[in-house]
Write a protein that binds this ligand. Structure first.
Ligand code: GCU
Length: 590
């Protein structure tokens, strides 16, 4: 039915009002949350015409006298959480829309609020409840939520979710990137019930200005002036009362005595926040991190980051990681390698992994997916990128394991890119002055015996990451021990990517870099390690990469078959020869 001009305008305005999901609440795992995970009904919509066909109304063929073509009935199902690519061979390469649907019973209560929360869905998501559009979210790796208390009905309700993973030049990441474009509702969906006036947001950490003081900020939703929130840390014999302002916000700075969290001593405390209507608690670690004179200081002491990179993927399942079991498998391998640091590439990892890293004492670098070619000249890119930064920090700001927020990976210097990254760095610092800001750079001026970093954005970050593949993409033209690094800033440097490929079980000449031999990969690790003393202010290393991972870029039919083979561990979990080289190096560092 064609809409008249004014109706079209109203529809347009309404859709803008619906534009994006609300800011999500802090610490959903500490709330009255009911998982809606399970086998959801699904419809594959290759032409992305389901919305126009009103699939969200969930019409069923049972409706007499009505011709219903687009229906979920008797169709196939997909696990939620989980990417669709790894659940169904026909969807391995699928890039378009899939519609999900599930029913749920509900007994709405007048003195409670009700939210629908998504841990993540890749990439563009539109959510409907009982046939009514709730809104949409763009971005594949951070949570979003919708308030539904005034929309649910007593008894049966149904949710329809459209997820579209198409890549475009304007998405973040954009058209091409070196990981699999897993689509779908990739993390859990929760139904969260809260008191009408609840503690929707809080930050609790050591005061960056004075680490002998606790700093906290809380916000009560629907609250107003004069609400009190009691913040207590029983084990530290600490409690204090915050009193909210007209916006329901309150801030605290008070003396406290807390054991510091560190990789060697991952001490966490139960922190409880209690208002008149709401109580929430979680385990939080307390530490300080700083960059001074070319070193990274944790709790005031310099440390060396013995790291590795890892995608949020379980290679044995060929799918996205999302569970505690997945987190335990990945982090177990990080620990086995002798690491105290993990670079989460190239996007926020599942929350289970971030929380478990904190429990296991593994420091983290977390990143938004501005990977290489991004549409920096597009006016929409900066707001989109800043929203991804906001959501990444909002979810993980109380996770002491995270010491670095990264705003990009290997983006090429240029006026638009420099401007966008500068704004993102400013935004990052405004949201969280307690952590370090970094970025992984790769555009350097190279000679056969040296590299020089002259990137204007390097002047703006606290810690410089540099990715280089000598011995793989760039052959050695001199002995590694003689290769010179010129990094002009007196800032800590992390060698944030290096390595080469090897097919597990493929053995041969350690001098042959063309046949994916384990022996060559091991030799290349030894060469890069030999070069490390030449890197000024080297504060850490994160070789690329812990596990072989899937990527459409990797088209060598004999050795890759759509797998990036730079893993130290194969896709089946076998450790390659280079794993032992890195392990020995990390074990040699006090
Ligand atoms: C780049 C990039 C990685 C990529 C790697 C590679 O540095 O940051 O995402 O997988 O190189 O080429 O294997």
């Amino acid at each position: 039915m064609r809409k008249t001009g004014s109706a079209c305008l109203i529809a347009c305005l309404l859709s803008i009002l619906h534009l994006s999901a609300q800011p999500f609440m802090t610490n959903v795992s500490g709330r009255n949350a009911r998982p809606l995970d399970g086998r959801w009904q699904a419809v594959v919509d290759l032409y992305a015409c389901g919305e126009q066909m009103e699939i969200y109304k969930n019409r069923t063929a049972a409706e007499k006298g009505r011709f219903v073509e687009c229906t979920f009935d008797d169709g196939f199902r997909l696990d939620v959480p989980g990417d669709w690519n790894s659940q169904c061979p026909e969807l391995k390469y699928y890039e378009s829309t899939v519609w999900y649907k599930r029913d749920f019973d509900c007994a709405p209560s007048p003195d409670k609020r009700l939210f629908l929360y998504f841990g993540a869905a890749n990439y563009r998501t539109t959510v409907y409840l009982n046939g009514e559009k709730l809104g949409s979210h763009e971005g594949g790796f951070t949570p979003f939520q919708f308030e539904i208390g005034d929309k649910v009905r007593a008894g049966n309700n149904f949710i329809v979710v459209g997820v579209d993973n198409r890549r475009t030049a304007e998405t973040i990441p954009a058209l091409k990137y070196d990981w699999w474009n897993y689509g779908g509702i990739t993390r859990s969906v929760l139904l969260i019930e809260t008191p009408r006036r609840f503690i929707e947001d809080y930050t609790v950490r050591l005061d960056p200005k004075d680490p002998e003081r606790l700093w906290a900020q809380v916000r009560i939703a629907g609250g107003g002036r004069g609400e009190t929130v009691r913040l207590s840390i029983p084990e530290a014999d600490f409690s204090a009362t915050l009193r909210t302002d007209a916006e329901g916000k309150a801030e605290l700075s008070a003396p406290v005595r807390l054991e510091r969290w560190s990789p060697e001593h991952p001490k966490r405390y139960t922190v409880e926040l209690c208002s008149r209507h709401d109580t929430i608690r979680e385990r939080i670690g307390f530490r300080t991190v700083a960059a001074e004179g070319g070193r990274i200081l944790l709790n005031g002491k310099p440390l060396f980051l013995k790291g590795i990179n890892c995608h949020d993927e379980i290679p044995q399942r060929r799918g996205r990681a999302f569970s505690e079991a997945d987190a335990r498998m990945l982090l177990g391998e990080v620990k086995a390698l002798g690491c105290n640091f993990l670079r989460l590439t190239h996007y926020p990892a599942c929350e289970a992994l971030v929380r478990m890293a904190e429990e296991m004492g593994i420091l983290l670098w977390e990143e938004v997916p501005l990977w290489q070619k991004i549409a920096f000249s597009d006016p929409q890119t900066l707001p989109k990128a800043n929203r991804m930064v906001t959501e990444m920090i909002a979810r993980d700001k109380n996770r002491c394991a995270i010491i670095l927020w990264s705003v990009s990976n290997e983006t090429a210097p240029g006026p638009d890119r420099n401007r966008v990254l500068e704004e993102m760095i400013r935004h990052c610092r405004a949201l969280d002055p307690s952590r370090l800001v970094t970025s992984a750079f790769s555009h350097t001026t190279d000679t056969p015996t040296s590299l020089t970093l002259e990137d204007p954005v390097a002047e703006l970050v606290d810690v410089i990451g540099i990715n280089k593949y000598y011995g793989w993409y760039t052959p050695w033209h001199c002995r590694p021990q003689e290769f010179v690094w010129n990094v002009p800033c007196d800032k800590p440097v992390i060698f944030s990517e290096f390595g080469s490929e090897a097919l597990y079980g493929n053995h041969g000449d350690p001098n042959d870099s063309t046949n994916w031999y384990e022996e060559y990969q091991a030799r290349n690790y030894r060469d890069n390690i030999a070069m490390l003393p030449n890197i000024p202010h080297l504060a850490g290393t994160a070789p690329w990469v812990l596990f072989d991972f899937r990527s459409p870029y990797r088209m060598n039919g004999r050795y890759q078959e759509e797998w990036n083979r730079k893993g130290l561990v194969s896709d089946k979990g076998h450790r390659k020869a280079a794993w032992y080289v890195l392990k020995a190096y990390y074990d040699s560092i006090p």
